[in-house]
Ligand binder design. Structure first.
Ligand SMILES: [Zn+2]
Length: 61
């Protein structure tokens, strides 16, 4: 089980895998970073970039 910080604040989420971690982080993201989640300027490409960057962080944790 890995514990990794949110990429935007000090909140943490736990997960066995990156996918599990992302799932665990999601409720926090929706609550604390709704503006980011609902940003209409964000594209699928941004989403992929976010996942790639955070996968690297997860693997390094
Ligand atoms: Zn956060």
């Amino acid at each position: 089980m890995k514990t990794l910080k949110c990429d935007l604040c000090e909140a943490t989420a736990e997960g066995e895998t990156f996918e599990a971690w992302m799932k665990a982080l999601m409720p926090h993201y929706v609550q604390a970073h709704a503006d980011v989640m609902n940003d209409p300027k964000k594209t699928k490409g941004d989403q992929r970039k976010w996942m790639a960057e955070n996968k690297v962080r997860f693997d390094a944790a």
